[in-house]
Write a protein of this length. Sequence first.
Length: 414
Amino acid sequence: MWFALCMPVMPASAMSTAEEVQAGVARQTFALPRGVPLAGYSHRGGAPSQGQHDPVGVRALVVSKGATVAALVSCELLIVDERLFEAVRRRLIAQGFPADGVLLLAATHTHSGPGAFGAKFVEKVSMGHFDPAVFDALAQALAQAVWDAYTRRSPARIASRRAPTEGLVVNRMDASAVADEELVVCALYRPDAVAPFAVLVSFAAHPTTLGAWNLHVSGDYPGVVMREVERRLPGATCFFFAGAVGDQAPVKAGIGFERSEWVGAALTRDVIALLEPLSPEPPRTLQALQERLILPPARVRLGSWVTLPRWMGRALVDDDATLSLLVIGRVAFLGVPCDLSAALGQQLKTAAVAQRLDPLIVGFASDYIGYCLSESQYAASTYEASMAFNGPKAGELIVEHLTHMLDRLVTRDM
């Protein structure tokens, strides 16, 4: 069995119980060059995009209590890799953001967002050739949104609710296996406000309603959800987070962009319905942890039979993973840097519920290491299994370590 080592990246500051939890939000739209390649499908071959179907950008929420500060960010990107994360962190610290603040930078995982910002070979295959101008534009937009949200903090209340959806998601590895149909909604309110100023949505279906045929920049169905919730709730900023989508696919209806509109409209209706009966309360605590987990050695497979030598695999993929945990009151945001399978996601949710927390999984957060599946799924001859770069135990290690992080936070709060 592999033994996991962890090294703190940005330890949480000491918790203060004497002050209110404060929160601020902000948005930025990406300024993209004409013809930027799209990220998500290697079949596109890094071809230049042909225009922009809908604006894409970043939404940032910054929360604080005493000396504890954390940012929860939704980016309309395929992934947030370690290099982009560090670039944003450096910019923020230079501006005055606390050096020990926790940054949870999460991609919505749209397969029609901008590419050209990944420097590794595997990233270039699905993103196109690296362009430093695109990378800098993305880092600047993310950092600016976080900084603006940081400067706009004021007291906040919080509420959350979850419910199953119907007919929107299927298991794409095994149609008879589990499909995570749960929609999770968390909302933040000002002390005397009836309507929320921030709506956070988590849903576990790959943003692939738009296929490789699409060459226009788009946020896919998560972009529709954010746009439509904000239209229905003027003054609110809506965040979308991918849940445990590793083996989950959206149900498609219609042709072309009708597909993203159909899923997005259905989810929007469910989000609004979940918001109506919420009763927000001031969160008593704010806690945050972010740690780096050493992964098993790389096991990069080409098809079902060929595994690259480990020295070659190490040059292509990561050997560590950034794990994130943010707890606001009784709502736990569990940040995973991968395509996590639904079964492993359910284990994380169960662990949080056991601690009397309301879990919300945040996929593609602050790092990216590929797919993390159960051992039985790892043995399958599928695309998802071939993208599990760190062997059959990596997903279990991530769940185990995040569970330990939860245990430590809850113990500290007692």
